[in-house]
Design a protein around this ligand. Structure first.
Ligand code: KG4
Ligand code: ZN
Length: 345
């Protein structure tokens, strides 16, 4: 099996269309992502039907630009990688259909990838091979997972969010305060600028329910907090109370999210005797999160890995990197490969 095989990878799981070309396991020849955030803004959230249509409109052009950037044509591609779960079914089907057509036409292997399993591979692109055993914290818009990995493809999920993902909670709270998607960068800026201890918001399941998370109670607490202050400011006659300054509120909210993520992750590492922690997923682009994790890792003597911000958020390079490992192990799929909205492990 060629060690410097070239893979073309597609990711259309949610609202980003991404195409990457990878040589070997780590050499990114192209990694292009088009975000749809603005296309959904007027609806206040991602509209699935619109998302699939947008993927369809841009994906072929994105593939052409990626090939140009990599100075290749289709004949230089050795395998096709595609995220086939989890995600919006219509969006997944766009990527999958194109991936199958390419694999069939080019007569090359097709490799279906679990998008969430691929997030930690952003750390392989950044730092080199994973130091197994490793504990992955994946904090994306759709998932909050703690994954214990012994080797490539040999892992188990030891913690997950029982309701909202951390990123989803951050996006929804930012939206309550009138900010468009994605809410993470706004909340992160507030958390860097203001102290996180002005308000004491809940830290759900901090010492309960093993390694699992829950963020919907915190989201509701933020909604109540906001409603209460809006009420106080509007029902106080001639002397309306000003609304609290937003920065310290968002900073305190994010401190709650971080306290839970940090406590649960490092506790899981301790209990399972793991010395390596990798953080990935869109929320890991937060500078506040990264410095808080760094400080705790230094205190606990843990090796911490996280990718640069552009590899934290959804991208096809991480998908192709995982596929490159599957290519080496000759784990191929065939043209009956299907798409699934749920996470399958
Ligand atoms: O991994 P991702 O791009 O998409 C999913 O697979 O879900 O993660 C999206 C999440 C959103 O919650 C978004 O607000 C957050 O990542 N995010 C950030 C930043 N960029 C995106 N959070 C904090 N700081 C950022 N710079
Ligand atoms: Zn993702």
């Amino acid at each position: 099996m060629q060690m410097s095989a070239i893979g073309l990878g597609l990711d259309t799981t949610f609202d980003d269309t991404s195409v990457a070309i990878l040589r070997g396991k780590r050499e990114v020849l192209a990694n292009l992502t088009l975000s749809q955030y603005q296309d959904h803004e007027e609806f206040g959230g991602v509209v699935p039907e619109r998302a699939s249509r947008k993927h369809l409109e841009v994906i072929n052009q994105l593939i052409a630009v990626a090939l140009k950037e990599a100075q290749l044509d289709f004949s230089g591609i050795d395998y096709i990688a595609v995220s086939n779960h989890p995600g919006l079914l219509g969006s997944l089907l766009v990527g999958l259909t194109i991936a199958k057509s390419l694999a069939y036409t080019l007569q090359c292997p097709l490799i279906g990838v679990n998008h969430v399993e691929a997030h930690p591979y952003a750390n392989v692109l950044t730092h080199g091979e994973m130091p197994f055993p490793v504990l992955h914290l994946v904090v994306s818009g759709g998932h909050t997972l703690l994954i214990q990995a012994k080797a490539h493809f040999d892992y188990k999920i030891i913690g997950r969010s029982l309701d909202d993902a951390a990123g989803e909670c951050v996006d929804k709270v930012a939206k309550m305060f009138g900010h468009p998607m994605p809410g993470g960068p706004v909340v992160d800026r507030a958390a860097l600028e203001f102290y996180g201890d002005t308000y004491d918001f809940p830290r759900p399941l901090l010492h309960k329910n093993g390694h699992n998370f829950s963020f919907s109670g915190l989201k509701t607490a933020m909604l109540r907090f906001r409603e209460k202050h809006i009420e106080n400011s509007s029902t106080n006659g001639n002397n309306p109370k000003p609304l609290p300054e937003e920065g310290p509120v968002l900073a305190s909210f994010f401190q709650s999210v971080l306290d839970v993520l940090i406590h649960k992750t490092f506790k899981a590492a301790e209990i399972n005797g793991l010395k390596n922690i990798s953080v990935s997923g869109g929320l890991a682009a937060s500078r506040k999160l990264r410095s808080a994790f760094e400080a705790e890792a230094a205190r606990k003597g843990i090796n911490l890995f996280y990718p640069p911000p552009n590899l934290c958020t959804d991208n096809a390079a991480m998908v192709t990197c995982l596929a490159a490992h599957r290519y080496e192990a000759e784990q191929f799929d065939d043209l009956t490969l299907d798409a699934f909205p749920n996470l399958i492990t």
